[in-house]
Design a protein around this ligand. Structure first.
Ligand SMILES: *Cc1c(COP(=O)(O)O)cnc(C)c1O
Ligand code: SF4
Length: 354
């Protein structure tokens, strides 16, 4: 039992250039980018997720999400380190409370794989950011004393990095707070480390029904046999309601066909597509961003032509901390004219026209 053991996968993550090159032939560009990029944002990939890379395809969607490319080293003027101003809305360390009724709680700063487009690359992977026991208690106290909070979202890093017993403790503490209506977990482990979903984890999770888990599949090739079994176990043994958020990514999933395949496969696996995110304007994201007009065109094609339950809501989290707004394809006037309704958008005024 090694490959199927999640701890083995974590312990054997590939984190340096030499080991990566032992596994996969890199291009010259990738080699140079690797060195420079990892000074700012760590590199890591599980043996499992690395094995999904199609070695003969330089445009493999998994390769592009995982291995640094030169675009990551370019910091465009619109890009910032903390695009959602999460640090500004942080009443206690590890908690972002922007929307009155729900709070995001970062309980881990480790991920199995570091996605090169990560919004939180400023802090994810940095050990000093990992919350300690005392900070947990402060966060819990904050939730107890703020009765407007109806939902806590466990996020990260990846919250499922914690041991089953730690998760059990935190879920139990949250569950005891009367004003909390439900708990949600945001995790990418069903994608990058599906072996993390074990019978004992599911036993813990099942105690907290209804527990919502939002996974993060971006491409249909990530829905492997292993990932689909993990999801099935979460649903059937963990009593978990599973949703998915994707990020719209240039050259990875930015066609009607890519998103249709992804979303149909999710539905087939028991997962409801929840959000399609416009990629955040985080430093080094230029190679990943898809123009909103193109995103709207894709959404327009999906609506009505594909099963409604397979269609996620296209959203943008406004740079500067304005919150999420829906990008509605009905407001697509033409490819050259982006006229969006952006309520709360302070910097520029958009109008609707027909
Ligand atoms: C995205 C986000 C949430 C969750 O928003 P939903 O629309 O409920 O999924 C909560 N808090 C913050 C700070 C967020 O950025
Ligand atoms: S799993 Fe989420 S937090 Fe972790 S690197 Fe990827 S996008 Fe960032």
């Amino acid at each position: 039992m090694t490959w199927n053991d999640w701890k083995w996968q974590l312990q054997n993550r590939i984190v340096d250039l030499e080991t990566l090159q032992d596994n996969i032939a890199l291009t010259e560009e990738e080699k140079v980018s690797f060195q420079e990029a990892s000074a700012f944002f760590s590199f890591s990939v599980t043996p499992y997720y690395l094995s999904l890379i199609d070695r003969n395809n330089p445009n493999c969607p998994i390769r592009k999400q995982t291995i640094p490319r030169p675009e990551e080293l370019v910091w465009n003027p619109n890009e910032v380190e903390d695009p959602l101003a999460e640090q500004k809305f942080m009443p206690v360390k590890g908690v972002t409370h922007r929307y009155p009724d729900r709070a995001l709680w970062y309980i881990s700063h480790t991920c199995a794989v570091y996605c090169r487009f990560c919004t939180r690359k400023r802090k994810v992977s940095k050990p000093e950011e990992t919350p300690n026991r005392e900070e947990w208690e402060k966060a819990l106290e904050y939730f107890r004393s703020h009765s407007e909070i109806r939902e806590v979202i466990l996020s990260g890093g990846d919250p499922l990095t914690l041991a089953d017993s730690q998760l059990d403790y935190l879920l139990d503490q949250l569950n005891q707070i009367k004003h909390i209506n439900h708990i949600r977990i945001h995790s990418r482990y069903p994608v990058t480390l599906p072996m993390r979903i074990t019978p004992s984890l599911c036993e813990v999770l099942s105690k907290y029904f209804p527990l919502y888990l939002v996974s993060h599949f971006n491409h249909s090739s990530e829905l492997t046999k292993e990932a689909c079994s993990a999801i099935k176990m979460l649903i059937q043994k963990g009593n978990v309601i599973v949703l998915n958020q994707s990020v719209l990514l240039n050259g990875i999933n930015d066609t009607v066909k890519d998103l249709e395949e992804l979303n149909y496969k999710l539905i087939r696996s028991g997962v409801k597509p929840y959000y399609l995110h416009q990629c955040d304007e985080v430093v080094g994201s230029g190679g990943f961003v898809v123009p909103i007009t193109k995103g709207l065109e894709i959404m327009f094609e999906l609506r009505g032509r594909r099963s409604g339950i397979s269609i996620p809501t296209y959203v943008k989290d406004l740079t500067g901390g304005g919150g999420k707004v829906t990008l509605n394809p009905n407001y697509l006037v033409s490819a050259n004219e982006t006229k969006l309704v952006m309520k709360n958008y302070n910097e520029d005024e958009f109008e609707i026209s027909h």
